[in-house]
Design a protein around this ligand. Structure first.
Ligand code: TMP
Length: 210
């Protein structure tokens, strides 16, 4: 998209599983919505046809080849960009997106693809204005999934593989990435998130946060 057409902001929430990013997205959504900002929440994988196929992989990751898995995430993103993200950015919305292409670089990178090549294959997707990268030691994330949520680990959440994912996330360098220590309390992480949002809004056409 030509930058003159882009009136909104794209803020993405990234990190390994169990870092609390979805909770933080919801908290931020509520603050912005209550203050009257034109905010939209969305996620990847989406609930579209490719996203539904991807969810089948959670219970059996061997269902598709690694190539097919990567293709599905890219197809899902392409649809998301065309149908929701680009139109919302043109319409001046503030988009909060739970996972985006850094997740593809990290998770599909962890199964053997080159992370930079994956990022290049996402050049059709607009860069985020801000990528909040939530970081906790993998064991803490896994404990949150198993003990706190009472969930079992799905095929994307196995410890060894998540350690590789975390390592790739740590190695990616982009100017829009802000790393957040997500081992702190929900409220303290929320305050850190609000600090980054205030800085972003101050250099955007949106009213400053106060
Ligand atoms: P979540 O809904 O709990 O965030 O789970 C989505 C899972 O999908 C998570 O384990 C990460 C994985 N994923 C990828 O492997 N590649 C991607 O490109 C995206 C967006 C997610």
């Amino acid at each position: 998209m030509d930058h003159t057409e882009k009136k909104g902001l794209l803020i993405v929430f990234e990190g390994t599983d169990g870092t609390g990013k979805s909770t933080q997205l919801q908290l931020l959504y509520k603050v912005l919505h209550d203050k009257g900002y034109p905010v939209v929440a969305t996620r990847e994988p989406t609930d579209g046809k490719y996203g539904r196929e991807i969810r089948q992989l959670y219970v059996n990751r061997k269902k598709f080849s690694h190539e097919k898995e990567l293709e599905l995430f890219l197809a899902d993103r392409r649809e998301h960009v065309d149908e929701l993200l680009n139109p919302a950015l043109r319409n001046g919305k503030i988009i909060l997106c739970d996972r985006y292409f850094l997740s593809t670089a990290a998770y599909q990178g962890a199964i053997g693809f080159d992370p930079e090549t994956i990022l290049n294959r996402n050049s059709f997707a607009p860069d985020p204005d801000l990528a909040l990268l939530f970081q906790t030691p993998v064991d803490i994330g896994v404990t949150r999934i198993v003990s706190d949520r009472g969930d079992t680990l799905n095929d994307f959440e196995q410890i060894e593989s998540l350690k590789k994912v975390a390592e790739i996330f740590s190695g990616i360098d982009r100017p829009y990435i802000k790393r957040i220590d997500a081992t702190d309390s929900i409220e303290s992480v929320h305050q850190t998130v609000m600090g980054h949002i205030a800085t972003l809004f101050a250099s955007s056409s949106f009213l400053p946060l106060n």
